[in-house]
Design a protein around this ligand. Structure first.
Ligand SMILES: *Cc1c(COP(=O)(O)O)cnc(C)c1O
Length: 368
């Protein structure tokens, strides 16, 4: 008998999906945990955002504003955008899924890079389209390789800039060159989840590229530097033709009221944002240098995390390091799912957590 008979079958492609595995948050019983596995900010959310969130606690019977108008206005004012071209989502993950849902179906292809963010592949397969992987060069997206993957079946190209988990970025000139190489019918998604952290003269998140096109979307999130990951809040800036499409298919109340209020307040707290970026600037450098001094290879990162590569030596590989660190309550991210079995990703934490990881890895690497 046909194995599939007698039970519902999902659409083709869905059973090919490897479910997303979030960062661990637990260590051994009784050991204090420092979670550096999900790129969360060690500074937490802005106190103003927390207050705004609490302010809605006794109004939970009310539906939120389905247009998230206050948030779109606040984002528009902050970044100099037209609020009509902003679409909010329950995390940028939702927006990435909506984009895939709107533009991908069976027979279509979508391109992302070898170590690109895993949500793209899930979103592509969910819609029955074929994922196409462009090789990176030095763990960095390579525009020529991406363009070489593009065919007339390619409907969407996903680029995380900077990328998670590698932490690398490509200059805006390269993103423009990528865009010029695509047909006007192909959607270019620039996922700029870590844009606020990047301090490089040749980096831009892609706002101008969106404004001047009909096929570029930039996605942003409140989960990372703004510290609102628990609320699930993101936004996309898109040309009117694409914003219109996303607005047709999104849930009518896809962003919740406390999230809208907290997001508006977070945008207003410049000092908190600057403190978070400043902290990261200092510790990204310190951690990268300290780990390299231990002899580890650290991919140069502009995000709030580093990709650390371990020696190919018995007892010193990434899974061994992970076990050693976890026993001490230091939780980093395993990278097998990202085809980086001998690397761990470490989120930049507070001073104490960062120093604890460096000290533990020094001990781990000592010749036995
Ligand atoms: C964390 C992250 C996101 C954001 O996810 P949310 O759904 O907004 O929490 C998007 N893209 C990348 C590359 C990320 O690392």
């Amino acid at each position: 008998m046909n194995e599939a008979a007698g039970k519902p079958a999902p659409r083709p492609g869905i059973l090919d999906i490897a479910a997303y595995v979030p960062g661990k948050s637990k260590g051994p019983a009784g050991v204090a945990v420092r979670k550096l596995s999900s790129n969360e900010t060690p500074l937490g959310a802005s106190p103003a955002a927390i207050e705004a969130y609490r302010g809605l606690a006794d109004r939970l019977e009310l539906y939120p504003d389905g247009t998230a108008g206050a948030l779109r206005e606040a984002v528009a004012a902050r970044y100099g955008l037209n609020a009509d071209h902003i679409v909010c989502g329950a995390g940028s993950d939702e927006l990435l899924s909506l984009i895939a849902q709107a533009f991908l179906g069976p027979g279509d292809e979508a391109v992302f890079t070898r170590h690109g963010f895993l949500v793209y592949e899930i979103a592509i397969r969910t819609n029955g389209a074929a994922p196409v992987v462009a090789e990176e060069v030095g763990h960095r997206a390579d525009v020529d390789n991406i363009l070489a993957c593009v065919t007339d079946k390619t409907k969407v190209v996903f680029l995380a800039n900077p990328n998670n988990p590698t932490g690398t970025y490509i200059p805006i000139e390269e993103v423009r060159r990528l865009h010029r190489g695509l047909a006007p019918e192909t959607v270019l998604v620039i996922d700029a989840a870590y844009a606020e952290y990047v301090r490089r003269n040749d980096y831009e998140a892609g706002i101008e590229l969106v404004s001047g096109s009909q096929n570029v979307i930039m996605t942003r999130t409140f989960s990372k530097v703004f510290g609102l990951a628990a609320l699930r809040l993101g936004w996309a800036y898109a040309p009117p033709n694409i914003a219109d499409v996303l607005n047709r298919i999104r849930g009518p109340f896809n962003v919740n009221g406390p999230a809208i209020a907290a997001g508006v307040a977070a945008l207003g707290d410049r000092a908190h944002l600057e403190a978070a970026v400043e902290h990261n600037d200092v510790w990204l450098e310190k951690v990268s240098v300290a780990l390299r001094d231990l002899g580890l290879h650290v991919t140069p990162s502009v995000g709030n995390f580093v990709l650390v590569h371990f020696p190919d030596e018995d007892g010193k590989r990434a899974p061994d390091a992970d076990e050693f660190l976890t026993a001490r309550g230091l939780i980093l991210r395993r990278m097998e799912n990202y085809h980086l079995p001998n690397a761990l990703r470490m989120t930049i934490g507070d001073a104490e957590a960062n120093e604890a990881v460096v000290a533990a890895l020094a001990e781990f690497l000592e010749p036995s």
